[in-house]
Design a protein around this ligand. Structure first.
Ligand code: ADP
Ligand code: MG
Length: 398
């Protein structure tokens, strides 16, 4: 799947397994999925299938067949908005593995040509023995919008098998959480503010990332698709990497983020992409029919900053409390320190006063300091001493 970062955070693990062993389980799960489904590895199931023009069944690993099967189901559920055969259009719009800078947009003829190579109904899968086949010799598959979610599920399964009960797994931004976080309570997963101000033409992950909403979840997956990471600008218009398989063009509506919570991450991942294609209205209907929670964030214009959101009734948004809390707690937290400091200073002043009253002792430092300071005439300026020394008295009388 190319260079994708991941996180596996295990809050507690049984004594029967060490952190090093857990790391190995995580890595081997990810490597297995990558070996089967990457388009960067020539021997992967996906690359072999794409390189072949045969319309016969091509044997694949049972896991690859399972992911392709689920992809086809989601295509049917979303009336083709999600389609893993969309690769030629992704490449035509220069979002493929060999990205290059965009100097012109594809012509209508080019779009029509790739249209004839796309369509999930030209793809068939069987599980016994596991194999996939194409009815169009040039058909290719691209699992970019579902394989990360599947990889998350596979890491989660490995951790479940190792009896881990509290963990969070994230691959390229798609998440699954089990149980509660270490401090207790549901896991808090940030949903990024869709930032339209990032520089165009393949921006790297900008430093100006900001949490927009926080979802509180346990034993669920959360996946997001957005238009703000992988996009280019051409003649003042934004083109993002989600392609509508019907038009073979980047989607046009103002949906900036589709965030989906489902039982498994493969479903959440694929549905997030499908909803990005469908737009807010049709997207909501598909989510309701699929029984998943959704949060959809829409931008007022291509480069606008005004955002509106719509979410399912049970989408578990929690407040972003950390920043506010620390502000108010720091304001509250200053009082004990302030009171303690005032009490100590008060005691010190009282101590000095008691010393002055009962021992009839001048405050030596001040007197010494003032008496050694001289005015313009060279005389001491010490005139306020409560108990002047002989030297002071002599000077004062002179
Ligand atoms: P991200 O990679 O940011 O998580 P997605 O999960 O939405 O985003 O996957 C987007 C990728 O999926 C695109 O870069 C492209 O390779 C592929 N893709 C684009 N449009 C579709 C589509 N309609 N159906 C399936 N895959 C798509
Ligand atoms: Mg996705």
């Amino acid at each position: 799947m190319g260079p994708i970062s991941y996180t596996a955070l295990v809050a507690h693990h049984p004594d029967s397994v060490t952190p090093q062993e857990l790391q190995q389980l995580v890595d081997s799960s990810l490597q297995r999925v990558n070996r089967l489904m990457s388009t960067y590895i020539p021997e992967s199931d996906v690359s072999r299938f794409n390189a072949s023009n045969s319309t016969d069944f091509i044997p694949v690993d049972p896991e690859t067949a399972q992911v392709v099967q689920r992809a086809i189901q989601i295509s049917q559920q979303t009336e083709g908005a999600f389609d893993i055969t969309v690769g030629p259009a992704v490449n035509l719009w220069k979002f493929g593995p060999d990205k290059e800078s965009v100097e012109s947009l594809p012509s209508e003829d080019e779009v029509l040509e790739v249209r004839s190579l796309i369509g999930f109904e030209k793809l068939q899968v069987r599980s016994d023995p596991p194999a996939i086949r194409k009815s169009e010799p040039k058909l290719k598959i691209d699992l970019s919008a579902i394989a990360k979610g599947y990889a998350v599920d596979m890491v989660a399964k490995a951790l479940d098998d190792a009896s881990c009960k509290q963990y969070m797994v994230e691959v390229g931004g798609e998440v699954f959480v089990r149980g509660q976080r270490a401090k207790g309570g549901p896991w808090q997963i940030g949903v990024e503010r869709p930032d339209s101000t990032q520089s165009a033409n393949r921006p790297l992950l900008g430093a100006n990332r900001e949490v927009y909403r926080v979802a509180s979840i346990s034993d669920s997956a959360l996946a997001s698709s957005g238009d703000y990471r992988n996009f280019f600008e051409f003649k003042g218009k934004r083109f993002s990497h989600t392609i509508d398989p019907k038009t073979c063009q980047p989607v046009e509506h103002g949906l900036a983020t589709a965030c989906i919570i489902a039982d498994d991450c493969m479903t959440a991942d694929a549905l997030a992409t499908a909803v990005m294609v469908l737009g807010p209205e049709a997207g909501q209907s598909v989510c309701k029919a699929a029984g998943v929670e959704f949060l959809l964030i829409t931008r007022d214009s291509d480069f606008g900053t005004e955002l509106t959101e719509v979410k399912s009734d049970s989408f578990p948004v929690s407040k972003i409390e950390s920043a506010k809390k620390s502000k108010s707690s720091s304001a509250q937290g200053i009082w004990p320190t302030f009171i303690a400091a005032a009490v100590i200073m008060g005691l010190a002043i009282l101590g000095m006063a008691v010393g002055s009253i009962f021992a009839n002792k001048p405050v030596q430092g001040s007197c010494g300091g003032l008496s050694s300071a001289t005015g313009e005439d060279g005389d001491s300026s010490c005139t306020i001493c409560s108990k002047p020394t002989t030297d002071c008295v002599e000077r004062a009388e002179a």
